[in-house]
Design a protein around this ligand. Sequence first.
Ligand SMILES: Nc1ncnc2c1ncn2[C@@H]1O[C@H](COP(=O)(O)OP(=O)(O)OP(=O)(O)O)[C@@H](O)[C@H]1O
Length: 256
Amino acid sequence: MTALLSAEHLAFHYPKQTDLFTDLQLQLHHGEILTLLGPNGIGKSTLLKCLLGLLTPTAGTLTLNGQPLATLTPKQRARIIAYVPQTIPTTTSLSVRDYLLTGRTPYLNFAQSPGATDVALADRILKTLQLSELTARTINTLSGGQAQLVTIARALMQEPELIILDEPTAALDFGRQQQLLSLVQQLAGQNIAVILTTHNPNHALILKQRVGLFGASGHFDYGGIELLTEPRLRATYQTKLRLLYVPELGRTICEF
Ligand SMILES: Nc1ncnc2c1ncn2[C@@H]1O[C@H](COP(=O)(O)OP(=O)(O)OP(=O)(O)O)[C@@H](O)[C@H]1O
């Protein structure tokens, strides 16, 4: 089966800087979830930008559904991958519904306005994310957490095969974090692949799927959650964390 996303021997460095990663390998299939973990400033967001085609890797190849990423137009890419960055635009005075409709751009011709089916899709997505009460609010009146969820809703408007979420739980309260992880599992159940970054190893332990772990040196391990061993996580985060199996939860948790 052709991988949805494949990275072979990927390397990247910013101009006049040392490599953030080299020889990075990963393969993601439809409906899989990849959680990226690693210390601050190690290169997680940079890797996401390479996967999105926003940055050009300094070595290696990236393919999307078997096609070299670089050969796809931005519009073609946007029909396959949706991106929710760490910094969310909160200054726009668009209503939440109109903001979601901007997510339909990859499907519209120049100067074509969204139609009734696009509006219906926006309302359906807002309902699924339990955000319907925000429909008429303007983006610049939302809290950070609300804006983050609305931006995820906008990403879903692209009807992507892969959604990339950069620290999606950062602004969310405890309950909303749990909801977000459930949403990620729900999307995977609909055959949408998800890549997310997080600073909480428990998120990877809850999602129980693919893991990409940057070591403190920039070394990248890719595999299943068996990668998340105490020694490896301690080396990554330079702290004496512990992994504890909790029978009541049926899973391992990571604690300081
Ligand atoms: N445009 C840029 N030009 C030069 N250096 C950059 C640029 N963007 C990021 N960097 C540097 O590259 C390194 C990796 O940054 P990146 O944002 O990918 O890290 P991260 O793992 O996502 O960090 P965090 O967990 O803190 O968000 C950092 O040292 C950062 O300062």
